[in-house]
Design a protein around this ligand. Sequence first.
Ligand code: ZN
Length: 263
Amino acid sequence: MWVGLATGDPRHHLRRTPVTTRRPERVKRIVVLTGAGISQESGLETFRDANGLWAHHRIEDVCTPEALARDPALVHRFYNLRRAQLRDVAPNAAHQALAELQAASRAGTWAGTVTIITQNVDDLHERAGSTDVIHMHGRLNSMRCTACEARHETTGDTTPATPCPSCGRPALRPDIVFFGEIPLHMEAITAALTTCDLFVAIGTSGQVYPAAAFVDLVGDAQTLDINIAPSEISTRFDETRLGAAGTLVPRLVRALMEAQHVA
Ligand SMILES: [Zn+2]
């Protein structure tokens, strides 16, 4: 009776031995979720790390719909500063490796697909060359008009008086999912999660929902957590690899590409 529980039981290995380690050739559809950790390795500060100007503000004072209604100038200034920070950072080896895997998929030299979902609002994945990145919490380089719902690429500063390029009304707000608002693209995200073979979380805290629950939505897919330190949800993954994303992600991508290289 106990035989089924023995570590030598092939069924045990089927579930508990990550394909990323032993069977990378079986991985065809990959979903990657990236969080603050991957951007921090590029030197991007999170709100909580930010010193100086914002140290005396609580997150509730600048990242909520109530804050936007109460003090829109403050909210615009905060996001202007964060947008400006993007100019001082560059994608790191983890962003680049994921972009290379996507490029190999597009070129047909690697027989798989990669969907990147990010909790980050920066543009580091795109600057590394990734395409179709799903920004579930919005983007710093986009403003949304609350009057006509148009979205506009924005790299400079804005104020509450900045007119919407579409309708001319001063109704732009950061295209960011504030605390208390519903994340974007959840339908596409759920579809990707429920049909993938491998789910990889990179640099996520495991504290922000719904992203923290994605690992429970993937059915039979193998799950891998890459993090600098164990997160609150690491134990819900089949495997956890601890270390810098800039080291571990290129290593993972190399293994995947070698396993399914198309000559
Ligand atoms: Zn408008």
